[in-house]
Design a protein around this ligand. Structure first.
Ligand code: NAG
Ligand code: NAG
Length: 199
């Protein structure tokens, strides 16, 4: 995460207000402690694809995570995904300009750029839906972004022997969205969660 990351941006400062609003209905004990991250990540690791260590280190790396509630953790995971997707989108532009890829890979990268540009917008809509309490919309959007990461990765697999230069990035986006989806689900959604085979 860079120094001029999303977490020091004006949008995040605005969101910070929401992150610190306690919700005593959810996990009423130890709300403002590591325990919430641990408890949440344990639940997500049990029921979703993401691993406990990945979940707790991703959320734990954001200082405000230690002072927030479950709604806050949902927002933080979406913001992490948004920051990741934004960064990857510009990495793909650099790769496209790099000149070292064959035409097949360039096509794949071009597709991924489109998927990632859309993912950024979708995540922004997802955050907005979440803030309005439309958890169902937020879930659909986060799920669509997971699909995008999978599609990007699969593009390179079509031709045997091609190595995706974006495996790590696709995995990060997938896993961060998985965390977000899990948390939004815990917050009271009945939409069944997605299961993917790729990662
Ligand atoms: C949360 O997990 C971390 C690392 O896994 C551990 O050091 C810490 O003691 C745990 N905290 C609680 C409250 O369980
Ligand atoms: C993407 O997310 C992963 C997992 O939280 C993190 O390690 C990585 O630094 C993030 N990358 C960017 C560019 O934000």
């Amino acid at each position: 995460m860079g120094n001029n990351s999303f977490f020091s941006s004006p949008l995040f400062c605005f969101l910070y207000y929401f992150l610190l609003v306690p919700n005593h209905k959810v996990y009423s004990t130890n709300t403002f402690s590591n325990n919430l991250i641990n408890q949440t990540c344990k639940e997500c690791a049990d029921e979703y694809t993401v691993g406990y260590a990945y979940c707790s280190s991703s959320l734990g790396a954001v200082p405000v995570s230690h002072m927030t509630n479950l709604q806050g953790l949902a927002l933080i995971s979406m913001e992490l995904a948004l920051e990741n997707a934004t960064y990857t989108s510009s990495s793909i532009k650099n790769l496209l300009a790099d000149g070292s890829f064959d035409s097949f890979s360039l096509d794949c990268l071009q597709d991924c750029l489109e998927l990632y540009s859309d993912a950024v917008l979708t995540l922004i809509d997802g955050v907005a839906a979440f803030l309005k309490g439309r958890y169902d919309f937020a879930e659909v959007m986060v799920g669509a972004v997971m699909d995008a990461s999978t599609k990007c990765e699969e593009g390179f697999m079509v031709k045997g022997g091609e190595v995706s230069p974006l495996t790590r990035e696709n995995y990060d986006l997938f896993a961060l969205c998985d965390i977000a989806l899990c948390i939004i689900n815990i917050l009271g959604l009945s939409v069944p969660h997605y299961s993917y085979a790729l990662f």
